[in-house]
Design a protein around this ligand. Sequence first.
Ligand code: DAH
Length: 334
Amino acid sequence: MLDLIEKLKEKFKSDLSQIKSLPEVDKLKIQYMGRKGEVADLFDRMKDLAPDERPQIGKYLNELKSYLNTETENLLFRLQKKSTDSQLDLTLPGRKPFVGRKHPLTKTMDEIKSIFYGMGFSVEDGPEIETDYYCFEALNMPKNHPARDMQDTLYITDDIVLRTHTSPVQVRVMEKTQPPVRIIAPGRVYRRDTPDASHSPFFHQVEGLVVDKGICFGDLKGVITAFAHKMFGSDIKVRFRPSFFPFTEPSAEYDFLCVFCMGKGCRVCKNTGWVEISGAGMVDPNVFKYVNYDSEKYTGYAFGMGVDRIAMLKYGIYDIRLFFENDYRFLEQF
Ligand code: DAH
């Protein structure tokens, strides 16, 4: 009996080695492992054995059966793999991998940062959930000051707000550093506004602050003008108009020549030839008091900058809401 088992194994091995196709494997399976196959035949013969031989032979037969099973499964796997490999059509056009890209606002922010890096500024960060103290109080806007009405604020509690501007970072930076200070602070800000083509309840600003001995308004004009030229080209003029902000004195608003009509007047600039960018001015000595800077020794300028506005000018976008809708057809253009 042992002899028969060994012979069957050898025969199986040689049959297996001849097989080249999937249907042949099926045939082999039936021939050896089928209900009336060769293994079953050997099991049948067990009844002719002496009872004390049966357990040992039974064990050998089971081992044979599992050996045949494993070998046919392995072969099946190899043949199936070969057949899918051969279905691989190398002439099919490739599928382009999906490549993400930067959001136009991130690109604009990166460009603004790199221009100011080039002028020796470093970048600072501040919280979007801000205290009333940093957002208003320390910027010379005490409670009930009418200037607070300029910014429709989203209050969390009486003392905690979503920051309405990036100016609080000025105070945070001055609290922890001594002059000279030369920073920008980019980030998201929030106001209670109904969205339309030019308003969004959240948008982006870059704050600028320079404090040192002998800083004057001319420095501010020089830096803003250099920025305008780097960002939009050297024929973009800058103008400053008198204005009021509680944290600067004197204060101004500044405009860039409209990049679309170059001053002739168009839809974007509402026929004025100029596009308003933000406010700026010389740091009010009252703000210096809050951070213990000596206003007899130091002067400084500060400015804001509307990033969304700049991105709209840069890329010719007419509706601020497009930035936030996450429509792939819009975003893939940048
Ligand atoms: N924070 C002001 C705003 O959001 C803009 C601004 C005005 C920033 C004057 C300044 C500044 O730094 O000096 O409306």
